[in-house]
Design a protein around this ligand. Structure first.
Ligand code: HEM
Length: 245
């Protein structure tokens, strides 16, 4: 009689999980840096102009190469797609799986179970919102600057998209980092309940800070864009860059 051999263990799901965590971590770190660069508008038009030209290699090559921004945005889009495809495996696939989730959430009314649903919903919103912005950055990398960005936000009516995107990405990123820290045991102390409580506080503090900074920056782009609306399309160049002094 032939005895069936036991199913062999596969490392594939674990590897995919690791890849999902790593891609999420890189994206979350990128979003922190992105917030620093975008919010530089709060320090003045000249500062944001300098940041935008820096990424085009202006200070290295003596002139800007916007293609560098296109290449970078393409790499971010590829990472975003990889992360989304890996995350799709975990989405409930049909109403039966949703019913099971609700049943489970009802039996274990724990905040972290609800956070998983928040993660799914904000991730779903990002599928639709993020590619619009990324495509814009890839197709028009030369249109980044104090007036060009503000014109896009106000006259180009991008502000509603940015408002939704800001909340979706910061909540998604905050919950994602919190879940990563719990899953991989980062910052683990002697008392797991205390660690969880501290992580949860840190998560809310970080998300609140990033959303507030994002709202302030968005307001700055909107105000500049409103002022500049009659001249929309005209570019900003600092006097010192024009005169070379
Ligand atoms: C390399 C890729 C990216 C570049 C070059 C880039 C660049 C910019 C720039 C220049 C702005 C200022 C407004 C404008 O010019 O239209 C902006 C705003 C914004 N970006 Fe990005 N971005 C990138 C990726 C992302 C990603 C992946 C997300 C989220 C999934 C994102 C979310 C946002 C949000 C929410 C705002 C509004 C900022 C605010 O509320 O202050 N960006 N981005």
């Amino acid at each position: 009689m032939k005895i069936a051999s036991p199913p062999s263990a596969s490392f594939c799901p674990a590897r995919l999980d690791l890849l999902q965590s790593a891609s999420g971590l890189v994206l979350a770190l990128f979003m922190w840096l992105h917030m620093v660069f975008v919010s530089s508008i709060l320090l003045g038009k000249d500062v944001f102009w300098t940041v935008a030209r820096f990424f085009e290699g202006y200070f290295l090559f003596g002139r800007g190469f916007p293609i560098l921004v296109t290449l970078f945005a393409t790499a971010i889009l590829a990472l975003f797609v990889l992360h989304a495809v890996l995350a799709l495996r975990k989405f409930p696939a049909d109403w039966r799986q949703y019913r099971t989730f609700w049943h489970h959430a009802g039996r274990f009314p724990h905040g972290d179970t609800r956070l998983w649903l928040v993660q799914v919903l904000t991730g779903f919103a990002l599928f639709f919102l993020a590619p619009v912005h990324l495509y814009q950055m890839m197709a028009h990398p030369d249109l980044i600057g104090p007036f060009a960005s503000a014109d896009r936000v106000w006259s180009g009516r991008f502000w509603p998209l940015y408002l939704l995107l800001l909340f979706a990405v910061e909540v998604h990123g905050g919950v994602g980092l919190y879940r990563l820290a719990l899953k991989w045991g980062w910052f683990e102390g002697k008392d797991p309940a205390l660690t969880r409580q501290r992580l949860r506080r840190a998560k809310w503090a970080l998300t609140t800070f990033l959303i507030s900074l994002g709202l302030l920056s968005l307001a700055a782009y909107m105000v500049i864009g409103m002022d500049h609306a009659p001249h929309a399309g005209e570019r900003y160049t600092p006097i010192w860059a024009e005169t070379g002094r």
